[in-house]
Design a protein around this ligand. Sequence first.
Ligand SMILES: Nc1ncnc2c1ncn2[C@@H]1O[C@H](COP(=O)(O)OP(=O)(O)OP(=O)(O)O)[C@@H](O)[C@H]1O
Length: 243
Amino acid sequence: MIEVNHLTKRYRGGTAVDDLTFTVEPGRVTGFLGPNGAGKSTTIRMVLGLDRPTAGSALIGGRQYAEFKRPLTAVGALLEASDLHPGRSARDHLLWLAASNGLGRKRVQEVLEETGLSEAAGKRVRAFSLGMRQRLGIAAALLGDPGVLILDEPVNGLDPEGVIWVRNLAKRLAGEGRTVLVSSHLMAEMALTASHLVVIGRGRLLADLPTEEFVSAHSGANLEEAFMRLTSESVQYRAGGAR
Ligand SMILES: Nc1ncnc2c1ncn2[C@@H]1O[C@H](COP(=O)(O)OP(=O)(O)OP(=O)(O)O)[C@@H](O)[C@H]1O
């Protein structure tokens, strides 16, 4: 479970995350939605201990990320700007991660197969397409067989087959009882992937509801439009505020 409690991040130029409270439950895919700049990545970075909150807290299974001795076995994350060494092969990247978390070589082979990268494993990451990099990021997230997975914009750069692959993977992982948080700015994709939605705009919580409720409230209407309406209202509201 991920618990975000009154989480706030202020920068000199404004507020990226504004008193955000929500819980991500295990056993289902939760879509984390918001337009560009809504604060999704900043929230995720704070959950992963990569950014320090100005106020509030973000806990994984009741603990702060930094408290985990072998973090990959607790939480797997794909971040938008994945930190990949361009001169290293995909296999070496994963072997290095595995070694630093006390995991064996066998697991590296398994995640390479699971993400369809076995054949490309010896290639340098420099030669990888964006879609292959996303797959490698997902392989890294899966490496420690964690109970919690956080995927930030995982379908970026993927072809239609890849998009469906991510969708099914997220559902399968949730079906195994894991906590799965998937961020996206694409409402229609999330409607197909997530059974629960957390929607934010300008760092604030706009909705926290089952996907079915959002969809039925807008049945017949274009989901993207309904999402745009929900989030653009927040932009107007905040435009007059103290941002
Ligand atoms: N290091 C920083 N310094 C100042 N402002 C920042 C910093 N990081 C993020 N921001 C600002 O915080 C806001 C939220 O950004 P964030 O990247 O979290 O949004 P997002 O929802 O992930 O959007 P995207 O889909 O574009 O990544 C933006 O206005 C951004 O400019």
